[in-house]
Write a protein that binds this ligand. Sequence first.
Ligand code: SF4
Ligand code: SF4
Length: 100
Amino acid sequence: MPDADLFELTLEDKLYRTKWENEGESHITVKTDLCRTCSGKPCLRFCSGGVYRPDPADPQIVTVSHENCLECGTCRFGCPPKAITWTFPTGGMGVKFRYG
Ligand code: SF4
Ligand code: SF4
């Protein structure tokens, strides 16, 4: 695929180019009580995989789609109240890039 065409892809298209392998447990946890006092909610913008989304039932907290994680590590530093606990997936699991 030519590089220019990559700009036409949606996030979902791009995430289809990766594969997530794990043992069924999330490597990310969030203390959602702290999200209620986080006015800017920067995780909704800094995560390139769109892992964090407002909870439809309670928009003051976030949901976590850990299988979209690209392991960039940003959320270990980008959450102002340090509500996110992120660890590397264990046992060689985690993201696999299908196209290198
Ligand atoms: S940046 Fe941290 S505290 Fe703020 S909404 Fe996201 S996970 Fe919650
Ligand atoms: S490590 Fe990167 S891709 Fe994974 S959840 Fe954190 S910010 Fe998102």
